[in-house]
Design a protein around this ligand. Structure first.
Ligand SMILES: Cc1cc2nc3c(=O)[nH]c(=O)nc-3n(C[C@H](O)[C@H](O)[C@H](O)COP(=O)(O)OP(=O)(O)OC[C@H]3O[C@@H](n4cnc5c(N)ncnc54)[C@H](O)[C@@H]3O)c2cc1C
Length: 377
């Protein structure tokens, strides 16, 4: 067994962590407070090749492997302390761009991928609806054939990058069943509805999307009619549970480092609180949680990279991360005492950002459903 990463991957990690520390971390608290997306931060990350990380170079991407992509997500989260940035970037890559790369025709790839990879375009994915979340097959948005195209009608919910996206892959019910369409967001029938005021990941814009008589042409069809749920949406969920989840690992590392630094610095009863066994053991538990989640995430990612079955491992990684990231964020607040309960420190933001891990990309309960069905089969 080889758990090592190459010197190039170590250098990639270090440079991404530094970039995030320089570009992302400085305004993170203010963006969180204001719920503000910052296009300048995006541009600086895109200039470093981050926007097209998993996409092959022939399409304008950076040609990163699955493990490379995990490392970049992890490093940006560790250095940047901005869960929202990770969410928007992850949605752009994993569910906004990858489906067009993997299922698009050469014309669709040529139209969308260069801009998505250089960051001049922002991607998004819309499957969730007000009445269809965990039950992704329960979507009601319709795609009605109309001449040489379709007319889309319905409402999508919780769409990451909704207000800023240039392109959105929409899942709708055609006569053949769930079907994916690449929709240019300037299409007059595509409107951004209510922007959601979230508890965490607030620098990432999330909105309702309304499709009202949104006419799309034949060349918007992504993949085969009726097959989008199994072939495209489930693949998106798989990328979320292997690649996007790595951001959570970086967030956990940053949380632990903050806790260690504070425990070494803060003195009570004449010595640093890290000297009290109760505090030191909290730090030990946080390290255990971090290592367990990191190993689980990279095992699932490694299996994916090597083309091996990994649905069980990805769900285990996602369920573990959803639980242990929150546990660590809570302990970080506890170690910070009263200061941890204020907005003067980023411990409370870490908790609010970490909570999304158990909800987005399939809830913990759905991961346990997958795990239990697999072991009971
Ligand atoms: C910040 C954010 C960003 C998001 N970004 C996107 C995006 O870009 N695109 C997109 O399409 N979607 C996106 N989502 C949607 C996300 O995938 C859903 O929120 C998630 O799948 C859960 O759906 P729901 O919120 O409707 O909850 P529900 O499905 O209504 O679940 C409510 C509760 O019931 C539980 N539950 C439901 N069914 C079962 C079951 N069978 N067994 C046991 N428990 C069950 C759930 O686990 C949960 O605890 C985003 C969500 C958030 C919060």
């Amino acid at each position: 067994m080889d758990f090592s990463i190459t010197p190039e991957q170590q250098a990639l990690y270090a440079s991404m962590k530094r970039l995030a520390a320089d570009v992302v971390a400085p305004g993170a608290a203010e963006r969180d407070r204001d719920g503000r997306w910052d296009p300048d931060v995006w541009k600086q990350l895109a200039a470093a090749g981050v926007a097209g990380m998993p996409i092959p170079e022939e399409h304008g991407g950076s040609g990163g492997s699955i493990i490379d992509c995990c490392l970049v997500n992890e490093a940006l989260a560790e250095g940047g302390h901005d869960g929202g940035l990770g969410l928007s970037l992850g949605a752009h890559w994993v569910i906004g761009t990858v489906p067009i790369w993997l299922h698009g025709t050469p014309e669709q790839q040529a139209r969308w991928l260069p801009g998505l990879c250089d960051g001049s375009l922002i991607g998004s994915w819309a499957s969730t609806e007000p009445e269809a979340g965990s039950d992704a097959a329960g979507i009601r948005t319709t795609a009605t054939p109309d001449g040489d195209g379709w007319v889309l009608n319905g409402t999508k919910m919780f769409i990451t990058n909704g207000p800023i996206a240039d392109v959105c892959t929409v899942l709708a019910l055609a006569p053949e069943g769930p079907t994916a369409f690449i929709v240019d967001t300037t299409n007059p029938g595509f409107t951004v509805g209510r922007e959601l005021d979230k508890m965490g990941c607030r620098s990432s814009p999330t909105a309702e999307i309304v499709l009202q008589d949104c006419r799309v042409e034949r060349d918007s069809l992504l993949g085969t009619p009726g097959e989008a749920l199994w072939k495209i949406a489930f693949e998106c969920f798989d990328w979320e549970r292997t690649v996007m989840i790595a951001g959570c690992v970086g967030g956990m590392r940053a949380t632990l480092d903050d806790a260690i630094a504070y425990a070494k610095d803060r003195k009570q009863f004449g010595k640093p609180i890290a000297h009290f066994q109760a505090v030191a053991h909290k730090l030990a538990d946080m390290e255990i949680n971090y290592q367990v989640v990191r190993n689980a995430v990279y095992k699932a990612a490694w299996l994916k990279e090597n083309g091996q079955p990994h649905m069980l491992e990805a769900s285990i990684a996602k369920a573990l991360a959803g639980k242990l990231a929150v546990e660590n964020a809570l302990e970080n607040i506890q170690i910070h005492g009263g200061y941890g309960y204020t907005r003067d420190f980023r411990a409370e933001r870490g908790l609010r950002d970490a909570k999304l891990t158990s909800i987005g990309g399939g809830t913990t309960e759905i991961q346990k459903l997958i795990i239990s069905r697999t072991i009971l089969a």
